[in-house]
Design a protein around this ligand. Sequence first.
Ligand code: CTP
Length: 414
Amino acid sequence: MLHGKTIVLGVTGGIAAYKAVELLRLLTKAGAELHIILTRSAQEFVTPLTFQTLSRNPVHTDLFNLISEQEIGHISLADRADLFLIAPATANVIGKLANGIADDLLTTTVMATRAPVLLAPAMNMNMYHNPLYLENEARLRRHGYLFVDAVKGALACGWEGEGKLQTPEVIFQEAVKALTLPDLAGARILITAGPTREEIDPVRYLSNHSSGKMGYAIARAAWRRGARVTLISGPTALAPPWGVEMVPVESAHQMYEAVMARVGECDVVIKAAAVADYRPLLRAEEKLKKQGEAMTLELVKNRDILTELGHQKGERLLLVGFAAETSELLTNARKKLAAKNLDLLVANDVTQEGAGFSVDTNIVRLLHRDGRIEEPGLLTKEAVANLILDRVAELQRVKEACHGTIGAEAGRAV
Ligand code: CTP
């Protein structure tokens, strides 16, 4: 995900400095090359050796270190960064940066970099709400510095309130976003994911094997690319993606209501959910008792959300559907593309190894309205998500030429 990206991670002196170790681990695991700068006070909390071992690069601590000046030098570090990340960032370092003070290696290097700078503040809650701090933060934001807001919690100083460092996982997500081209900025994308559950009685339901992984991967990727994302999800075991508006639902009917209530505010709908086609005619109030050797359950059809969207969509809405098949993939998929009036259909044979439910990979075909079919082969669900969004961005650009503003905010190349 971050292969080929160089991140300079600055760690300043706060009790949360130890969390930078976990952040470093997440970033290196994702493939990024990390260079670490520890301030003098950070070294009171954490040791250079930990960061050196995990980053496999020398850790920088002194402004005038002759060896590192010769080998790398702070200016070259500033030039090589694709992203400059400071976590935790104290009130002191934020104050210095906001006022153009460069009196140590970290502040000097940040001043010299042209890379995006992402700051994750951590401090006492009274400091975090101090007007001088707020002015400094606002000033940096005006100059394009990015922030991962601190959160509420128990602070090391004994207070309970805002000022706690955001979790390493969320800082990691924000770092990935800062390194991603925001080509979907301004787009409002609604995604459905997971299975639905159709209740038979208070303890039983009809459902399917959908894990939600594909839809969640699309939601994460769309957020990183700058879209405003709403994820309407049936029950899954997955954590809600950061930055995404989550709407949990259970039944196909609830999903229908949730989609219809929001579709008016969307530019794109991507229906990755495996919606139950039928539900029990009657839901028993009490648990059904077993009786004879066989039992018949009468089912009635659910409304097809995608078909209804396809029929009512105007020129603006872009509709992407999925087709989960076990045979005659292309014939069935072509029929769904036409019958549901879709702009793009993602078809997969769920019986193929490496495709379908629960796994982290997928083998899809992309069917376009003009008859084109793309066969990208076996990919991770994250790569499939980005491929679908590449096509969405292209289709949006075509529509935009006639109607809209999608991508108008996308100007920053990283
Ligand atoms: N879909 C939907 N509402 C339903 C059923 C399906 O919106 N009640 C959507 C799915 O989210 C998916 C697409 O329609 O994007 C195709 O779903 P799929 O289950 O593959 O096909 P069906 O249309 O249900 O047809 P069949 O089950 O006969 O293959």
